[in-house]
Write a new protein. Structure first.
Length: 394
């Protein structure tokens, strides 16, 4: 039974990583060239998964707390509510991003197969399937999700094969510049978008370290493969538009199914965790209803809001949640005690401001790792000169 739960957890996070958004972000790394971009993918995921997802997943399982529940360790009830509100905001944003990416790709493939295009209908199909996923019984959900993820892995491999089968072209000169550090940071921030969620899916599972590592490895493997697919798509075919390439790929109906179900297996996790966070803010117990409302709001945003600010959205996630969890990790793993709340809030604010300040430096290892190291040191040193308080959680 325990091995089945661990296997389901691995597949859950592998499925979360197989998404159009990950491939699209991978295309942004093409200006670096193949070798440096692959190195940035590996380093970014080692930082994001190893230094953030694993300890955050461990805390959820060890304390039997949701991701937002663990925020109480360093920030009390007020901090939990604030972080929950910010998390819900970013997850509504992610829901919209996922639906937009899906409907664009679906329209391209549908036009080629059925000579039919309609952004609203495609977005409604995706949102409807997400709601069906949310309404499923938990046991049935994991069975169906595991099967779908298995098929998605096969589909993703087919996509990669088709990329290599496409005749190579002379690379198109890059229209934007991207430093190695910025590329690393794009990988880290994509991982960090799951940081305030992972505890929601580990909190009811025993063997904290095992489930945390398995979850992070599942996501990391899938995400690196998706980033590499997006990168190779541009370098091999000269196309940066995934929807256009899928239309011409010859995958046909398989491409349509990959788009739809990769979006669903990822986005239902976003909406569920957004609902979990909103429960903290509102006190409502109607989790599934809130998740459905989140899906509908994400659908509305997808139809109305431009994707122009996508990269800025990713950096916003890193700026908020990297400092937040740096403070939580020092509080639990290093001190087993917390600074006074006002000091933790102060350090969080300093971390957010520092994140944007350090972005201008284009450090080769990215911004997040620097923020984690400097902020952790600052919080630890502060703890040597002020009175600490007992941990508050549960």
């Amino acid at each position: 039974m325990k091995s089945a739960v661990i296997r389901s957890q691995f597949l859950l996070w592998l499925g979360a990583a197989i998404s159009i958004a990950e491939i699209v972000t991978g295309t942004l790394l093409a200006p670096l060239g193949l070798g440096p971009a692959l190195a940035a993918i590996l380093l970014g995921h080692l930082i994001g998964c190893g230094l953030f997802l694993v300890p955050a997943g461990y805390l959820g399982a060890k304390l039997h707390q949701s991701a937002m529940g663990t925020v109480q360790l360093a920030f009390g009830r007020l901090g939990e509510r604030l972080a929950a509100g910010l998390n819900a905001l970013q997850l509504v944003g992610w829901t919209a991003v996922m639906i937009v990416n899906a409907q664009l790709a679906m329209n391209g493939v549908s036009q080629r197969l059925f000579h039919f295009q309609n952004a609203v209908i495609m977005a409604l199909v995706v949102a409807g399937l997400i709601i069906i996923w949310l309404l499923m019984d938990t046991t049935l959900l994991f069975r169906i999700n595991n099967a779908v993820v298995g098929l998605l892995v096969i589909g993703a491999m087919l996509m990669l094969v088709m990329v290599f089968k496409t005749p190579a072209v002379t690379p198109i000169p890059a229209t934007t510049t991207l430093s190695f550090g910025q590329a690393v940071e794009l990988n880290v921030t994509m991982t960090l978008s799951w940081l305030p969620l992972i505890g929601d899916y580990t909190q009811r599972i025993q063997r904290p370290w095992t489930v945390a590592i398995v979850s992070a490895v599942g996501y990391g493997c899938g995400s690196m493969a998706m980033f590499a697919t997006g990168l190779l798509l541009v370098l091999r075919t000269g196309q940066s538009n995934l929807a256009s390439w899928l239309t011409q790929s010859g995958l046909g109906l398989v491409a349509l199914l990959i788009i739809v179900f990769s979006t669903v297996t990822t986005t239902f996790m976003d909406t569920y965790s957004a609902a979990t966070s909103l429960q903290v803010v509102t006190g409502s117990r109607r989790l599934k209803l809130i998740a459905i409302i989140v899906t509908l709001v994400g659908l509305l945003l997808a139809l109305l809001v431009s994707m122009h600010y996508y990269e800025h959205f990713l950096y916003f996630i890193g700026s908020v949640f990297a400092p937040l969890y740096a403070i939580i990790f020092v509080t639990y793993f290093v001190r087993q005690a917390s600074l006074p709340l006002w000091l933790n809030f102060g350090w969080w604010g300093i971390g957010i401001v520092s994140y944007y300040g350090l972005q201008a430096w284009s450090l080769p290892w990215g911004t997040t790792l620097t923020v984690l190291a400097l902020l952790s040191l600052g919080v630890w040193l502060t703890g040597t000169v002020v009175s600490l308080r007992p941990l508050q959680h549960g």
